[in-house]
Design a protein around this ligand. Structure first.
Ligand SMILES: [Zn+2]
Length: 171
C-alpha cells in the first residue's frame, strides 16, 4: 500500500467505492466521474504506478480480469460496444498513479466512435516512419520495468524528437 494513493485506500476499504468485482489480486469499481453509466475501473490490489513496472504474469492476469469485467459491463448496461483504455504517466493523461484500466460502455447513439479520436492524427514522412520503427525495435527486450538507465537509447529518442520538431509534418 502506497501512502496517499487514492486507489490503495479504496483497496484497503478506507475510501468507499461501488465495487463490482473483487478477487485476491484485483478489484473493479465504478468510476466516480463516469464517461458513460457503468464506466468501471479495474486495478491490481498491489500498488504499481504504471503498467510498465508490473511483472508480465500480473499483467496477463489483469488482462483476463479486464475482459471478464468488459463482458459483465456490456451485458449489465446493455451497451452496443465497450472501450478499454489504459494510460501511463501524466503525459498520457494518467491522473491517479496506480495502474488502472477503464472499461467504458459505448452506445451506437452517442456519436464519435473510438478512444482513438481523442488524439488527432499526424502526417509523417516515410523516412520518419522508418526511423520510428527502428527506434522502437531497438528497445525490445530491454526490460519489463521502466527504462530508466539506458542513456544511449534515451538519447536516440531525444534526437528523434528534435528531428520531429524540425521536420515538416502537419498536425
Ligand atoms: Zn496505489
Amino acid at each position: 500500500m502506497e501512502e496517499e494513493c487514492l486507489f490503495c485506500k479504496i483497496v484497503a476499504g478506507e475510501i468507499p467505492s461501488e465495487e463490482v468485482y473483487s478477487d485476491g489480486d484485483f478489484i473493479a469499481f465504478l468510476d466516480i466521474n463516469p464517461r458513460n453509466p457503468g464506466h468501471t475501473l479495474v486495478i491490481p490490489r498491489k500498488h504499481y504506478n504504471t503498467i510498465l513496472e508490473m511483472p508480465d504474469s500480473e499483467v496477463a492476469d489483469l488482462s483476463r480480469v479486464v475482459k471478464k469485467i468488459a463482458i459483465a459491463v456490456k451485458k449489465g448496461t446493455n451497451a452496443d460496444g465497450i472501450s478499454i483504455g489504459q494510460s501511463n504517466e501524466r503525459a498520457a493523461g494518467q491522473v491517479i498513479p496506480h495502474v488502472h484500466f477503464h472499461v467504458i460502455p459505448r452506445f451506437a447513439s452517442e456519436g464519435p466512435p473510438g478512444l482513438e479520436s481523442i488524439i488527432p492524427t499526424k502526417k509523417l514522412t516515410p523516412e520518419i516512419m522508418k526511423k520510428l520503427t527502428e527506434t522502437i525495435k531497438a528497445n525490445f527486450g530491454s526490460s519489463e520495468t521502466a527504462p530508466a538507465k539506458k542513456p544511449e537509447k534515451l538519447e536516440k529518442t531525444e534526437e528523434l524528437r528534435e528531428e520531429l520538431k524540425e521536420e515538416d509534418f502537419e498536425l
